[in-house]
Design a binder for this molecule. Structure first.
Ligand code: GLN
Length: 447
């Protein structure tokens, strides 16, 4: 009830929610009350959470921030949702996001832009902007987002909360609307490291319904959270500490490095030499995969149909023209181009080869250090409208988060200070594949 009241009081300004499930939440909370009274509570019994509107939820609308899915109600729950419910979580609603998770500012939503709770003239980051803003504003305790190129970590950074992108395959993508299938991963956002660890433990694990989920045991992420970082080797990739980095961010990250040194970690400079190619490589692969994944929205099987009676092709055209926003159309066109015969080898195949080099950079570096420490984004949260007409500028702001997705490994964003204007700044810890426990421990030690 406190969360619902908080949402009512704040969401007309923030626009973090697309759908609030008041009745369902109160019913789930009543069941949680009984379970608590009977002494058979699970890990998340009664905990109010919310999820990005990209997760299919039974009987509740799932729009993915798009007009084309405005009326879409899934006939099943995504695996991550099933798991949250099994752990007793109370799902309070569905969170706003960039359409089909394409964006870095949560401005590309059919439901309108999300505002940053720290400064409502600024973006909360994206694409999981609703997921980060809702936690920052105290609307719910924790949320789920998805991260294809930074969409959990960057908004967490801009909103002063903790966000984790697990290793590719750690959390099932079954029932999560696909953007770029080889990059997408589900990730938790929470107000502190412990809650983030709790949420990861609740949703992680092998799922036969997702052939890319990996069958390796899920550790108890809370068990050794206090392990500390004494004796750990932390790498600073020199390509991430470039001249253009915002001065406040540099200062906050430098202070964090000093703290880790005090906590007993050894700090060494390392190199990820192919970093410069990662934005170009990512935007080719992500758009190519998106153009293929979004072919299913044809007005026949899902969502909204527009049909002026001009035949099948006419119906496709009208539906897709009216249903998709500008950024989604841009990506479908560029992705289709990159995959078309004659261009495939020059673009898509080339990008896949570069991706292998980027992945090898990480493999090499993880033979020298335990994890990496970097900034999350080159600047703090920018103003609403500032980059929306300049897609290239928007894409470039993902430079520090994208390589992790291309390499398939895990990364975490945690608050490490404020800019002079009072905006939160995040620190990124990048771990070895399936070393979520290790970066959570390192984050906990800092916090
Ligand atoms: N900003 C990146 C993009 O627009 C990443 C988005 C994401 O991680 N879903 O593709």
């Amino acid at each position: 009830r406190a969360c619902l009241a908080r949402i009512k009081a704040t969401d007309s300004q923030l626009n973090a929610f697309i759908t609030v499930c008041e009745e369902e939440a109160l019913a789930a909370a009543a069941i949680a009350d009984q379970q608590l009274a009977a002494g058979n509570a699970e890990l998340l019994t009664g905990i109010p959470v919310a999820v990005k509107d990209i997760f299919n939820t039974l009987d509740v609308r799932t729009t993915c921030g798009s007009k084309i899915l405005d009326n879409y109600v899934s006939p099943y729950d995504a695996t991550a949702i099933v798991k949250l419910r099994q752990q007793g979580a109370v799902i309070v609603g569905k969170l706003n996001m960039d359409e089909f998770a394409m964006g870095s500012s949560s401005e590309n939503s059919a439901a309108g832009a999300v505002r940053n709770p720290w400064d409502q003239e600024r973006v909360p980051g994206g694409s999981s902007g609703g997921s980060a803003a809702a936690v920052a504003a105290g609307q719910v305790v924790a949320t789920l987002g998805t991260d294809t190129g930074g969409s959990v970590r960057q908004p967490a950074s801009h909103c002063g909360v903790v966000g984790l992108k697990p290793t590719y395959g750690r959390v099932s993508r079954y029932g999560v609307i696909a953007f770029a299938s080889s990059l997408d991963q589900v990730g938790p956002v929470a107000g502190n490291v412990e809650d983030c660890a709790l949420m990861l433990g609740a949703v992680a694990g092998y799922d036969p319904a997702d052939s890319t989920s990996v069958d390796c045991p899920v550790p108890d992420y809370l068990e050794n959270l206090q392990e500390g970082v004494a004796g750990k080797k932390i790498g600073l990739p020199k390509e991430y500490f470039i001249d253009g980095l915002d001065a406040d961010i540099k200062q906050a990250v430098d202070a964090a490095i000093a703290t880790y040194r005090q906590l007993g970690a050894e700090i060494v400079e390392v190199t990820l030499p192919h970093t410069d190619y990662s934005v170009a490589c990512y935007y080719l692969i992500a758009m190519a995969e998106a153009s293929s994944n979004l072919a299913r929205y044809d007005g026949v099987r899902f969502g909204v149909r527009k049909d002026n009676g001009e035949g099948l092709i006419g119906m496709y055209q009208q539906t897709r023209s009216a249903g998709f926003g500008d950024e989604v159309k841009r990506r479908i066109m560029l992705g289709t181009y990159a995959l078309s015969s004659g261009y495939y080898d020059a673009y898509y195949l080339k990008a896949q080869k570069v991706r292998t080099l980027i992945r090898q950079d990480f493999q090499n570096v993880f033979e020298q250090v335990d994890f990496l420490l970097t900034p999350v984004a080159p600047t703090p949260a920018f103003k609403i409208g500032e980059k929306v007409d300049d897609p290239l500028q928007m894409y470039l702001s993902d430079i520090f988060t994208i390589p992790t997705n291309l390499a398939g490994t895990c990364g975490l964003s945690l608050p490490c200070g404020f800019s002079q204007e009072g905006l939160p700044i995040g620190l990124q810890l990048i771990g070895k594949p399936f070393a979520e426990a290790e970066i959570l421990q390192a984050a906990y030690a800092f916090e």
